[in-house]
Design a protein around this ligand. Structure first.
Ligand SMILES: Cc1ncc(COP(=O)(O)O)c(C=O)c1O
Ligand SMILES: N[C@@H](CCOP(=O)(O)O)C(=O)O
Length: 464
């Protein structure tokens, strides 16, 4: 398996080089040159697999034996040993047509742990085996940062710096990141929003001299390994459904911000998983819902919402979908991304709009609908949704009512008690969350200014 970039200017490379490169060196996003096809017979054989073994089965189609099978097995089993559920990601039935896949049983209570525990171990493995310097640089609206830090804290040969938007993450998210005292962790709290943070790190990754001098590595979903690891749970959810129930294919509803999670579902679908529609749920930051319904991709005013992790305008992985929408024509993608940069919008033709609507459903959930959904599901099922998951559920109800849908629960409600309390619900926190409130914090607060951020990075990262 070789990997290439959506903009076509990166020479074909292998799995580990793709992992280390993160953002494509031509500014595009890395993707497999061909997507492996999973036959219905293979899918049937995967039925018996645990989540860990399914992860191994999927990864082995992509890793070119660059990681010996025994080592990969070790990495995978170690990564999920700390999850609080024996199934790792349990599937809960709410009613005959609605299931919830709980992705929040990892150490930081969000779906990001699924990929980032593994990526943390993989970085440590590559640092040791290939004697590589691993200086991770990431941007977060709250969850990626906490999960990435948890995946690498204290690990030899790895430094991690995470930018988060100052006072725009939940209290628990902030504490999860900033109470970590390990010397290999730096938290920069930037007076801006997530798009500002992501914009700065993308500029730094695109500056190849800086990227190479400081050995910058990515943990955000610009890194293809994030996408790949997340694609596995779509297979896992499907295989856990009773055969008779899933016979006509499955819809997935996905709370969406950076388009990484939903693109992982799209990858699973292209591999052959019988997915009918991917339902894209946004909050008021609804650029992606407008893209699906109006055929125009154009950022709008930034909104602070009850689901802060999805307060995103520029969705990184949109470019990966664009690549497939353009029939894998990298020159066309490069040209459209240039146009987007110059004009701030992209418009799609009739045929493309039809294609988009055949892949995705979409619903934008406002604050009242989000809180009403949390209240309704507490009353109806005694099930407490976090506000992001509530957006996914509201979208499933709006778009696919009574059609078999698996809704992804992307975070534990304890991370977003601000919204839960507004519903008049008092929840009890898991011990690992409760104890955060007594710990000292460590972070540097900065203006939204690239030079100040670079100054911090240069001081923090070992260079050549
Ligand atoms: C809890 C939660 N739900 C949903 C999302 C959106 O996922 P994505 O950015 O992959 O679209 C995020 C952030 O990524 C998140 O932290
Ligand atoms: N919601 C995310 C934003 C970053 O997304 P990523 O999937 O590209 O890491 C977060 O919680 O940080």
């Amino acid at each position: 398996m070789k990997y290439t970039s959506t903009r076509g200017k990166v020479p074909a490379c292998g799995f580990i080089d793709t992992f280390l490169m993160g953002l494509g060196d031509d500014g595009g996003l890395m993707i497999p040159a061909t997507i492996p096809a999973i036959s219905s017979q293979t899918l049937a054989e995967w039925q018996r697999l645990s989540f860990q073994d399914l992860m191994l089965a999927v990864f082995s189609l992509y890793t070119n034996d660059e990681i010996p099978a025994e080592d990969l097995k070790d990495l995978v089993y170690t990564s999920y040993a700390g999850f609080r559920s024996p199934e790792v990601l349990p599937l809960t039935k709410l009613n005959d047509s609605l299931y919830i896949l709980e992705l929040f049983h990892g150490p930081t209570f969000a779906f990001k742990d699924v990929a980032l525990q593994l990526m943390g171990n993989l970085y440590a493995y590559v640092a040791k085996k290939q004697n590589k310097v691993i200086n991770i640089l990431g941007a977060t609206s709250g969850d990626t940062g906490a999960a990435a830090i948890s995946g690498v804290r204290g690990k030899e040969g790895i430094q991690i710096c995470i930018l988060h938007p100052h006072e725009k993450v939940s209290r628990v998210q902030e504490l999860q990141m900033t109470t970590v005292q390990d010397d290999n962790v730096l938290n920069l709290s930037v007076k801006g929003n997530f798009d500002d943070c992501q914009g700065i790190i993308k500029e730094l990754f695109a500056d190849l001299e800086f990227k190479n001098k400081y050995h910058l590595r990515a943990i955000n979903s610009i890194n293809f390994v994030r996408i790949l690891a997340q694609s596995v749970y779509y297979f896992y959810a499907y295989l856990q459904l009773p055969e008779g129930v899933r016979a006509g294919g499955v819809n997935f509803s996905i709370p969406t911000g950076n388009f990484g999670n939903i693109f992982s579902g799209y990858l699973a679908k292209r591999m052959g998983l019988p997915i009918n529609k991917l339902i894209l749920a946004t909050n008021e930051n609804n650029i992606l819902q407008r893209f699906v319904h109006d055929g125009i991709y154009m950022p709008d005013k930034f909104h602070s919402t009850y689901s802060p992790s999805m307060d995103i305008q520029i969705a990184s992985n949109f470019e990966r979908y664009l690549y497939y929408l353009c029939d894998e024509d990298a020159n066309e993608v490069a040209e459209r991304m240039e146009r987007f940069k110059a004009e701030g919008r992209l418009e799609f033709n009739e045929a493309e709009r039809e294609k988009i609507l055949s892949d995705f459903g979409a619903h934008s959930v406002n604050g009242a609908e989000c809180l009403n959904t949390i209240q309704a599901y507490k009353d109806r099922y005694d099930y407490l949704l976090d506000p992001h998951t509530a957006c996914g559920i509201a979208a499933a109800e709006a778009d696919r009512k009574d059609k078999l849908t698996v809704s992804l629960a992307t975070a534990h409600p304890a991370k977003f008690d601000e919204a839960i309390r507004l519903c008049g619900i008092k929840q009890s926190f898991p011990e690992a969350v409760r104890e955060l409130f007594d710990k000292p914090q460590r972070q540097v607060v900065l203006d939204n200014n690239k030079e100040d951020i670079v100054e911090q990075l240069v001081r923090f990262y070992p260079a050549d």
